[in-house]
Design a binder for this molecule. Sequence first.
Ligand SMILES: CCCCC/C=C/C(=O)SCCNC(=O)CCNC(=O)[C@H](O)C(C)(C)COP(=O)(O)OP(=O)(O)OC[C@H]1O[C@@H](n2cnc3c(N)ncnc32)[C@H](O)[C@@H]1OP(=O)(O)O
Ligand SMILES: Cc1cc2nc3c(=O)[nH]c(=O)nc-3n(C[C@H](O)[C@H](O)[C@H](O)COP(=O)(O)OP(=O)(O)OC[C@H]3O[C@@H](n4cnc5c(N)ncnc54)[C@H](O)[C@@H]3O)c2cc1C
Length: 633
Amino acid sequence: MNPDILRERQNATFDIEKLTNILDGGAERTNRRREIREVLVLNDPDFDYGTPTSLPTMILKLREYGISDPVEINWYKSMYWGTGREALGLHYVMFLPTLYTQCDSEQFNKWVPLIIGTYAQTEMGHGTHLRGLETTATFDPATQEFVMHSPTVTSIKWWPGGRNPLFLPLIFLSIPLSASLFDLFLSGFALPTCSGIVIGDIGPKFGFDAVDNGYLKLEHVRIPRENMLMKYAQVKPDGSYVKPLSSKLTYGTMVFIRSLIVGNAGIVLSQCCTIAIRYSAVRHQSEIRAGEAEPQILDYQTQQHKLFPLLATAYAFLFAGQYMIDTYNRISGDINQGDLSEMPELHALSAGLKAFTTWTANTGIEVCRMSCGGHGYSRSSALPDIYVEFTPSCTYEGENTVMMLQTARFLMKSYRQVQAGQQLSGAVSYLNKVHHRVMAPQAVSSQLDLNLNTLVDLYEIRAAMLVELAAQSIQQESARGKCQEDSWNNSTIDLVRASDAHCHYMVLKMFRDKVDQIEDPGVHSVMSTLAHLYAIHGMGNFTGDFLQAGVLTGAQVPSVSKCLKGLLAEVRPSAVLLVDAFDHHDKMLNSVLGRHDGNVYEAMFEWARSSPLNRTEVHESFHKHLKPLQAKL
Ligand SMILES: CCCCC/C=C/C(=O)SCCNC(=O)CCNC(=O)[C@H](O)C(C)(C)COP(=O)(O)OP(=O)(O)OC[C@H]1O[C@@H](n2cnc3c(N)ncnc32)[C@H](O)[C@@H]1OP(=O)(O)O
Ligand SMILES: Cc1cc2nc3c(=O)[nH]c(=O)nc-3n(C[C@H](O)[C@H](O)[C@H](O)COP(=O)(O)OP(=O)(O)OC[C@H]3O[C@@H](n4cnc5c(N)ncnc54)[C@H](O)[C@@H]3O)c2cc1C
């Protein structure tokens, strides 16, 4: 083991295993995760690490081992495929959940055990604006069929992931907005040459190469009436339409995956922090004091400033992900029972946190890559691949700006309710204080109060102020004679800013609440330091907001920076131990720089030597191109 990394692991001030257990949701979950990793994957003789041919093996193994819990499936898949994607991701996170939530019982029993599918909602002309989808589904009572049709070039279904040559069944969204199981295979359309079906691949993408994203054009294709997913809405044999309790129930799968994405952003950021911080512990470069040995780059304050706030953010997002999925499970359970009262709040929270966490993690991955210098740009670091696979999460499952505006819609509605004298509950209850002006700037002392609860309060006041400013912008636009829609559009910068601040406050509050639950003194101390770092770093990035909210004075601004530097120094001794607690296996990280043993250079040389370009002493291109050219010169 590299001596630097060995030294970093001495003198631990907290129990790493206990922190890993907290991240997993308990010691039993840690043990189960490791059992899946060590026994069911790494020590499985059939395991052929992450190669496409092993996809069928993985599916059969999941069935052989009886793994059906979504979290355990994710543990198995992430071990099997490492940081890469695999073609069936969409099947597990969108196709199956749609069948689980939108099929009636007869359809569920008929389809769920049998098929693998994809999710075809986006069209060439519309991905965000679902009410603008153009594909039509026209019911023909004479034949009890829907006639599916793509009337325009912009209505061609575009992007469905995992459209394999066998034509996966599709969850298909069409106008009137309803979901149907469009099963090319089971409906007898087994080949693209069938009349009415034009299908293909949309071509090379930025990344996401393990997933074949396709297109599908339909020309008056008929499918049985029974293929419409009829749990919430039905078309009866006589053609009468039974409306769902809410038209937004069809959007349920997107809310589910957005809720999952929050925790995934934390996982991806934790992977990148593991790689960058371990590498920074073994990389020596330049000098701090003339004539002394080159220091570990982790001892540079700028390197700590790049990585430690991201480390704190990774923990914050992992805890936010736990909160988000627990909230999703609770509210979707109520929805299943017909209680839709918290559906708007679930939508607003999942939409906002999905955007907030993916934007932050997306930027953070690049900071981690650049903090590793040239070796960060090598594929051996795994960082370029992680970035390429993660970055579309800012676009898919709800484009981030649009998601922030959905949250803003909920915040504005809540603000108007408070103005009308209503008492709010839930995540926006802090807006109650706006009405009673309790949000007035606190008499701030000359010293910054670093109590975590006080910091949460300051973020709450910042969010409330920005919500009020956005509402006032809309009111001012209306006062200038603008219609409601133009008043909204002319305030969308303020609205996104308010949603971002609301999400920032929510994430910090979740982090503080999680720290409060930690009983082990050592773990509580180090997590409290990270939560402080997350809060102070955000205050440094958005100082203007806190000044504008009257909760920070100009005289206090230097103390924010001073406090930040102190917290960086406080984290330094525990940095490697804190990424060890994420418990990412080398095989899954697949990163020369992030190895647990820190033996980067030897591994990098071996990795380079294995490059295809090094298979022969002289590359064949010399003999094929250069040598003949030399002969002519
Ligand atoms: C392994 C991972 C692989 C991932 C591969 C990627 C797959 C994909 O990307 S699948 C396709 C994903 N596509 C999307 O996410 C589409 C995004 N667009 C939408 O969700 C919607 O178009 C919208 C929410 C942006 C707008 O919907 P719309 O029907 O136009 O609603 P309005 O904006 O007019 O708002 C009306 C009203 O409805 C409420 N609402 C909207 N969505 C939901 C929801 N999901 N749940 C509950 N309520 C919802 C909205 O809040 C409004 O309420 P009020 O303000 O009370 O009127
Ligand atoms: C890797 C990948 C995989 C995908 N897989 C699938 C899949 O399996 N199935 C599927 O159905 N789809 C899939 N998609 C499509 C994805 O869901 C859409 O791309 C996404 O919903 C964004 O919609 P859009 O592409 O129409 O972008 P647009 O909405 O056209 O966004 C373009 C710009 O317009 C802005 N904009 C749009 N509306 C507003 C507004 N109201 N206010 C302010 N600004 C606005 C956006 O902020 C953005 O800056 C995938 C996409 C990617 C990248």
